[in-house]
Every structure is written in structure tokens, then in C-alpha cells.
Design a protein around this ligand. Structure first.
Ligand SMILES: *[C@@H]1O[C@H](CO)[C@@H](O)[C@H](O)[C@H]1NC(C)=O
Ligand SMILES: *[C@@H]1O[C@H](CO)[C@@H](O)[C@H](O)[C@H]1NC(C)=O
Ligand SMILES: *[C@@H]1O[C@H](CO)[C@@H](O)[C@H](O)[C@H]1NC(C)=O
Length: 250
């Protein structure tokens, strides 16, 4: 009887250890790219009607976080349109009071180019929290923040192809992959530019939860997903090849 109880408990414990992640934090910083946040978020939103999911926004302070480049004090516009992109996202938690988090999503955007020390606290947060995560997901130039935190060192990753040179400079020890819609290395999933964040999130759902869950989510979103991680029309557009532009592959 005691043996049976032990077996049952062991079974429950191993079930818990392998249970799919449910708690998803999304990092916010001024000048984030809205689709990098909303794209993956809506994939998990679609998943949330199939299973329990908890999503939330994290930021250094509880101050609403604007996405518009023109709100950034350090941003120098190339044209003089004086565009006004109003609207901010409200952080759910600050770095010092986050709830259990299985996955952290780091978006990209103009804000990733903020001069030091503006992102220092955010980069430190990523460095400190990474060992406690089940998974890290980066979208677009969000991999530049992960690279600066050192968590991509020795790992394969990709980024936005328009911002390639600028972003890979943040991670000299990263194995940057030029021709990729998204890349998975261990528990780190990184994607190419902006809309590729939807594809990496869908690929993640397909692998970690189930293919059926991914299909149900994309059908709900009426989204035609990219299923080939190495098919990258934007690498071609910007003249990037694995041979010339991928790094540290040897
Ligand atoms: C930008 O445009 C505004 C309005 O047309 C004008 O007042 C301002 O002087 C311009 N600034 C620069 C730097 O050209
Ligand atoms: C890709 O590699 C080629 C050859 O080294 C180089 O000329 C080019 O600048 C690289 N492209 C980018 C965007 O870094
Ligand atoms: C994925 O895309 C790459 C690049 O276009 C292509 O070479 C490869 O055959 C594709 N794989 C599949 C399974 O279609």
C-alpha cells in the first residue's frame, strides 16, 4: 500500500515537472514594437480558451509604457513628420513583485536602441530571471536585449533582418543565424522581425502544447502560419546569407 502511494505521488510529481508552462510574462520598455507584444500575446490568448493561461506585462516601474518613438527623449527622427503615436501599455507587475513566470517574452522595437543606462535595469532583470524560467522567447530586436544580458552566449539565435548588423553587435558570443524565420536552441526561442513573433509563438504552442492546439489557435485568429523555420524571404531581401552573415557556426 505504501509502495502504491509512493508510486502515485511520484507520478503526480513527475506530471507537475513536465506540465506545460502556463504563466507568461511580457517585458515592456518605452518604444516597444506593438505587434511584437500583441502578436505572441494573442496566440496565447487564443490558447487560453483551450487551457489555463496567465499572461501579464512586466516593467521596471508601474508607469504606463508608451510605444511611440516620438515619445522617447533620445530619439532623433530622420524626417520631420512630428508624428504623434499616443497610447501606452500598463505594466501588470514591476520587476520586484512578479508572480510565478514560466515564459518571458522580450519584444523588440526602437526602444531596444535606448542609450545606456536607460535599459540597464531591464537587461539585469533578464540576466537574473533567466535561470528561473522554463523558456525565453524573443521577438525581432528583443534578442539584442537578451544578448546584452549574456543569456544567448553560445546559443543559436536570430533577429530582425533590417537591423541585423546593429543587433548582432550586442552578442559577439552568440551563434547568430541569418536565414531564419525563427530559431530554437534549448529553452530559447528567438524570431526574426515583428510579425515573425506570431510564427515563433505558434511553433512554440505546436511543440510544447500540441499541434492541434496550434491549429485551433491559428484558425481562431484566421492566421496563415509560416511552418518552415528556415524559409526567410527577408534575409533574401536584405542580402543576408548563412554563409556570409551567420556567426560562430563552426
Ligand atoms: C519641423 O516641422 C515643424 C512644423 O512644420 C517646424 O515648425 C519645425 O521648425 C521643423 N523642425 C525642423 C528641425 O526642421
Ligand atoms: C553580410 O555579409 C557580407 C559579407 O561579409 C557583408 O558585406 C554585409 O555587410 C553583411 N550584411 C550585413 C547586413 O551585415
Ligand atoms: C524550408 O525552407 C528552405 C529555404 O527556403 C528550403 O530550402 C527547405 O526545403 C524548406 N523545407 C521544407 C520542409 O519545405
Amino acid at each position: 500500500m505504501r509502495g502504491l502511494t509512493f508510486l502515485l505521488l511520484a507520478g503526480i510529481a513527475s506530471c507537475e515537472n513536465t506540465s506545460p508552462p502556463a504563466n507568461i510574462g511580457i517585458l515592456l520598455f518605452p518604444g516597444f514594437q506593438p505587434l511584437d507584444v500583441i502578436g505572441p500575446l494573442d496566440v496565447f490568448n487564443a490558447l487560453s480558451i483551450q487551457r489555463y493561461i496567465h499572461t501579464f506585462f512586466v516593467s521596471p516601474t508601474s508607469t504606463p509604457v508608451p510605444f511611440g518613438a516620438y515619445t522617447l527623449p533620445w530619439f532623433t527622427p530622420t524626417g520631420n513628420f512630428s508624428s504623434e503615436l499616443e497610447g501606452s501599455f500598463i505594466p501588470s507587475y514591476t520587476f520586484d513583485n512578479i508572480p510565478p513566470m514560466d515564459i518571458l517574452i522580450i519584444p523588440g522595437g526602437i526602444g531596444t536602441r535606448a542609450p545606456s543606462p536607460r535599459l540597464d535595469e531591464t537587461i539585469k532583470f533578464v540576466r537574473d530571471v533567466y535561470p528561473k524560467l522554463g523558456y525565453l522567447m524573443t521577438v525581432c530586436t528583443g534578442s539584442g536585449i537578451a544578448a546584452r544580458a549574456g543569456v544567448l552566449d553560445g546559443k543559436k539565435a536570430t533577429t530582425n533582418k533590417l537591423s541585423w548588423a546593429q543587433t548582432i553587435a550586442h552578442g559577439p558570443k552568440v551563434k547568430w543565424v541569418a536565414e531564419a524565420r525563427w530559431v530554437k536552441d534549448g529553452n530559447i526561442w528567438s524570431s526574426s522581425g515583428v510579425s515573425a513573433g506570431i510564427d515563433v509563438a505558434v511553433a512554440f504552442v505546436a511543440e510544447i502544447y500540441s499541434e492541434a492546439a496550434a491549429v485551433k489557435a491559428t484558425n481562431m485568429l484566421e492566421y496563415e502560419r509560416h511552418t518552415n523555420a528556415t524559409d526567410d524571404p527577408f534575409a533574401i531581401l536584405y542580402g543576408l546569407t548563412n554563409e556570409k552573415n551567420s556567426t560562430n557556426q563552426g
